[in-house]
Structures are given as C-alpha cells and as structure tokens.
Design a protein around this ligand. Sequence first.
Ligand SMILES: Nc1ncnc2c1ncn2[C@@H]1O[C@H](COP(=O)(O)OP(=O)(O)OP(=O)(O)O)[C@@H](O)[C@H]1O
Ligand SMILES: [Mg+2]
Length: 317
Amino acid sequence: MRKGRSPEGIGARHALLACLLKMPFGATGYHPAMKIPPRLMPLLEDGLIDSVVRQLMSGKEAMVFVVRCGEHTRCAKVYKEAQQRSFRQAVDYTENRKTKNSRQARAMAKGTRFGRESQEAAWQSAEVDALYRLAAAGVRVPEPIGFHEGVLLMELVTDADGDAAPRLNDVMFEADAAREHHAFLIRQVVRMLAAGVVHGDLSEYNILMGADGPVVIDLPQAVDAAGNNHAQSMLDRDVTNLKNFFGQFAPDLLETQFSREIWALFERGALTADAPLTGRFEQVDKPVDLDAVKREIDDTLAEEAARRLRMVQSRSQ
Ligand SMILES: Nc1ncnc2c1ncn2[C@@H]1O[C@H](COP(=O)(O)OP(=O)(O)OP(=O)(O)O)[C@@H](O)[C@H]1O
Ligand SMILES: [Mg+2]
C-alpha cells in the first residue's frame, strides 16, 4: 500500500477538515470506506485503488464495487470463478474466440486444467478488450481503466447527482424520450457491428441511464460478428430487446425492423457507423419473373414508339 494513503488515515483527515470547515462529513469529498474484500486486496496493495466505498451489486457473474482512486470514484467489477458463474459460457459465445496459441486452443478444447485456466482468463479479459475496442469505435461504454488480478477497473457511470446510474429497467420514459433513446441505442448497435462486435446480452438490464444518456455495460460475452455463426441471431435478440423495452412507452417502435436492415447492410459490407437506416426492411426472396420484366420492357418501347409517331404526325400537320 502507498505510504500515507491508508483508508483510516484519509478518513481521519477528512473528518478533521469537515469539523474545521463546519461542513457535513461527506461534503469534503470523502466517503467512509468499507472493509476491503479479499479479491480487491491486490489492487489496494499495488496502489490502483485507495479504498472501497460500497458494494453496488452482486450479479450472476460478478460483484461490483464503488472504489476510490486518488480523487476519482471508480467502479471495480470482480469476476466470479467459473464454477460460481451461471450460463454465459455457452458455445455460442465462445465460438471462434481468439486464443493466443494453438497449445492453448487444444488445451481449451480438451478441458485440461491449463485449458480451463486459459478459458477462464480469456473470459475475464474479454470484457476489458471489448471496452477498449468499443470506446475506440465511439460507442458509449464505461471508460476502461485497466484489468488486474481478475478485476476490471472502469469509469463509474453516474446520474445527474453523481450517484451510480440506474439501469434502464428502473426508469420510466415519455414517448418522445423513448424514441430518442431507442434511436441512440440502435446507432450504438450499428457502431458496435461496424467495429465487428455484437454485444450478445444487450437489454434494459445492461444499459445504464447516465447523466448524459444511455451507457452500454456488461460485455464479457461480446462476440466477433464475422467469425461467429450465431452473430445474426444474437444481434436480432439485442435489437428486439431494445424494441420491446422502448415499445412499452412508444408503441410505434414495435413496428420497426432494424435488426434485418442492419444485418443486410453488414453482410453486403455496406455497414458504416453512420449508415442511414429506415427501420423498414423488404425481403426480396420471390424468384424474378423474367416474362413480366420482358412484357414491361416491350410495353415501354411500344409507348415510346407511339409517342415519337405522335410527335412526327403533329409536326407534319
Ligand atoms: N461502470 C459502471 N458504473 C455504474 N454501475 C455499474 C457499472 N458497471 C456495473 N454497474 C452496476 O453493476 C450491475 C452489474 O454489472 P454487470 O451487469 O456488468 O455484471 P453482471 O454480473 O453481469 O450482472 P448481471 O448478472 O446482473 O447482469 C449493473 O446492473 C449496474 O447496476
Ligand atoms: Mg449485467
């Protein structure tokens, strides 16, 4: 631990400062710290965090804490060990996930201890990798700070009061706001896919309502769109979740078909971050009726011939 930065020492100094300035204890910027959970000890010892303010959540895959780092308040996501986790290591998500070398790939396939450890490390670091990749592509995700000893340090997404932001699911929207956030999030999905990534678990539970708008979180299962056979169905599920959630507040959104439109552009290699979208999609899957096309051409030619004839006749009169 860095000298002079023990949580108790900082607390005592802030208490004294608050007393001298006749301010409430919290107003000096200090939040009383909790006992350090063992998994966060290495980060404290290595000087990456100074104290732990509180536990935010214990989800299916991870425990999330609010931590202090110097003058910053940040978020620390501590991944649970494989056997404590639930479902998301299904084959869909790990298919074609990149491995460092072929020994690792063989070991992962065989399920040896080295293989399980490699798989575990790949799973845990997948989220930080995705955060860096998506932040670079202009997607609004928490700013990644680093990954250390199985803990992801990142920006704490906050609401207008500076408190940890609520999940979309905990917020109500007027129809216009619902349309605006839906459009913004569809654009985020497009940006992700244009950067080659499908979130794979996007829903009102994995989007936070930050002070400046929605922020996409929870990406350990994000898949490589080009190399995964399930990418299209995952994209469809993500987009359908957005539609159904915001459709509760603006039912017209329930008619939109963004998923098929986005995927069609992606498959044609025409998806860019700013590609214009309509929300409509017309499947052209009927075989082309060549006779009808020929009749159409003949009719047009006959019409044109008649027009010319009329012109010639009117000139000669
Ligand atoms: N960067 C962040 N800023 C603020 N809050 C966050 C942040 N990351 C996560 N949280 C909070 O922690 C919760 C759990 O995070 P996350 O969804 O990443 O983990 P999880 O283990 O997959 O959880 P779950 O099983 O509930 O999906 C979020 O719903 C959110 O409330
Ligand atoms: Mg989650």
